[in-house]
Design a protein around this ligand. Sequence first.
Ligand SMILES: Nc1ncnc2c1ncn2[C@@H]1O[C@H](COP(=O)(O)OP(=O)(O)OP(=O)(O)O)[C@@H](O)[C@H]1O
Ligand SMILES: [Mg+2]
Length: 252
Amino acid sequence: MARGLFIVFEGGDSAGKTTQVRLLANALRAHGVEDVVTTREPGGTDSGERLRAALLHGGEVCPAAEALAYAADRAQHVAEVIEPALTAGAIVISDRHLDSSIAYQVEGRGLRETDVRAVNQLAIGRLVPDLTVLLDIPAADAERRGRDLGDRLETAGLPFHERVNRRYRALAQAAPERYAVIDARLPIGRVHADVLAAVLPLVRRSEAQNLPGQEPAPAPPATAQPSTPSARAAAAELAASWPVTASQEPRP
Ligand SMILES: Nc1ncnc2c1ncn2[C@@H]1O[C@H](COP(=O)(O)OP(=O)(O)OP(=O)(O)O)[C@@H](O)[C@H]1O
Ligand SMILES: [Mg+2]
């Protein structure tokens, strides 16, 4: 069976990841894509949800323990949810993955990148997202949005979150063909249109490859930065051709 697609949403706290994961999954299903799996890190498995509660709402955890716990969660998540779904041909959309550990544990908490990558290598093996959607928003704007939520990472302070954002951007710049960097300050519907503009070509290419007797389509050029006017026009056109309406947007 054809392997599915692995799409990851990354970005700072309150950037809009959970909102956009839900909108993308709804849009894909409305478009007739049957096998869409949404999941999240930490969490995504029973043991992961318990770990999530301990990490986000528990007491003080030293940075190394935090990094190891996230990697343990990820190992279970990959083995139990992501790999089986991809093998079955699903589109898997994950709310956070490895880049969160690089941005938060390395850049935010100051751990060595080689250490964090080593424990995560054990967790994920050769798994690499087909596309990472980076929802990019200045820490101050995100903080205004998330002020009421108050979990442990969100109370770490603006300089921490600015470092996290910088590392996310650097990861995207290092492999632009695997990232779409989207301006997450825009209204929810505009962000969603930019997400669709980045994801749909990948879905169509995957569908074409999976038709019997089809030659693999050539890879698309590196993902355009959706903040350019031409990418916005393409996003609007794509969004208009899809059965997604503003009424499907979650209420804040
Ligand atoms: N583009 C947007 N403009 C304004 N508000 C938004 C936008 N996207 C999301 N929100 C609102 O901001 C809040 C945080 O959104 P969401 O939970 O999707 O972010 P998140 O990135 O998943 O946060 P966390 O890192 O805490 O999981 C929600 O109240 C949501 O409705
Ligand atoms: Mg979320």
